[in-house]
Design a protein around this ligand. Sequence first.
Ligand code: AGP
Length: 604
Amino acid sequence: MCGIIGFSGNVRAQDVLLDGLQRLEYRGYDSAGIAYFKETGKISIRKTAGKVRDLRAICDDNEATCGIGHTRWATHGGVTNRNAHPHKCGDVALIHNGIIENYHELVSEYGLEDRLISDTDTEVAAALLDKFYDGEDAIGAIKAIVPLLRGSFAFCILFKNHPGEIYAIRNVSPLVAAKCKEGTFIASDLTAFIEYGREYFIVPEYAILTMTDTEITMQDMDGKAIEPEMTEVSWDVTAAQKDGYPTYMLKEINEQPDAIARTITPRISGGLPNLSDDGIPDSFFEGCRDITIIACGSAMHAGMVGKSLIQEMLEVPVTVAIASEFRYEPPVITDESIVIAVSQSGETIDTLEALRLAKKKTKKTLSIVNVKGSSIARESDYVLYTHAGPEIAVASTKAYSVQMASFYLLACKLALVQKKISEDDAKKFMENLQNVSDSISAVIAQSDKIEQLTKRMLNANNTFFIGRGLDYTLSMEGALKLKEISYIHAEAYAAGELKHGTIALISEGVPVIALATQGHVYSKVISNIREVKARGAYVILLSMDEKITDRAICDTHISLPKVDDRFAVFSAVTVLQIIAYYASVGKGLDPDQPRNLAKSVTVE
Ligand code: AGP
């Protein structure tokens, strides 16, 4: 999604803006631009389709100390210089993250046609703002247009006659701000300015910010002053850097053992799950009649694992709803339902809006979120923060694993509170959970072998991931990983379902990644694998067997560390991540920034 940064201070703004945009590249984008006040007070703009390095190439050497910067992930209008932000209209220059849903109506209602040169909704907002700006009252202009807008927005605005000042306002789309010795900062997320300081605050919705080189003031739409709620960054700037790895994704795959340890260990006392420091009382887990999990993408796949586990341990129905679907079908939840929203960024608008809908029906909403203070975390009744540290690569790896681990923690807690498990068994369960870090490390050590295996897949048009039970839920994540960073089409299939049609697609050399870690269905899965092998598939088999040499089953076997079946998902999914990673690298692609994708999807 779009990246936003604003700075007003006592050092060159251009350096702060361009470096900040570089740090926001991971959010995914297709064009970039900056606007700044020249010494004369005139607003100057530089923008281009392409990368931040292309933007740097067209920037002149200027001493401006106040400006705004933007990386655009196109929603309305193609990837062109004209559609890049900032958009300048009359006396206003503006950048935007979000979607103005009623921009067409605004154009006709306010006669803006002849003021527009781009195809974007953002330029309409700029033109409307300029229409209401009398040359002096910037805040008045903001107050005039905000009630007219429908949709999501995070705006940063420069007004002529207000040199050195940046104005901002948000609704749904995220903004954080800070004051440091160099000046004042605002951005769509912390990575843009974390090197300048650790204290920041989340910009409240509909708060109008005025930033100067020394101060940030806020007022609500009625003019009442708002004080910022300061908070501290929970990670350091190196956490958002590659630390010697070739890519963020490889670094984050390798960080998984520590990420899980940081997320789980502080929540174990006396060998049992303890969520009191998270402010989640045991009462939250009592009398739960059913559970609904709402999420998107990998977070939804982590929810699928959670569903499989919780249903088996609790014997209560668990539904995993794709957040964007949940919102438009009557949700079957009551005040006895638990709703769990899962989101790495905590800003995915589909998940946020689904949570808002769920909250109309139940007070038992809990979110599993990796970004402290994010919208989904703040709006759920309870939050279980994962401690994976910043996840920069677009493809989720460590965040997915800690989300899965969080479901294991919650499942054990639920089973204990509902007396479905003895304390002794719960202690064994939690010990197994703490040991998954070792099993992940063990398969990471096999990376070179896994890299070799992927070479046979690079020219595949179609691949299949198959398994049963927990292995089937993992197959979904494996397929997504491969698709999103190597662009090889992949499909996850319940192994027992293939023969009901899709096996027609299996022919000589089609890669099938098969998972067989669940003992209770092991022999069934092996039979399904033989079926595809007999039809020429190239089978990579993941199981906890020491060795499988029967060529009628698989072409190659990856041996996973022997653990309780329910915990094999952690090492198995790490293999799938590594397969996807080396397929991407093998095709000469950038696994960190796959085409068309954004790290946090803050538009519907
Ligand atoms: C996963 O690799 C993708 N990057 C994507 O599916 C992601 O998991 C999804 O957009 C949800 O994001 P969130 O966890 O920040 O809500």
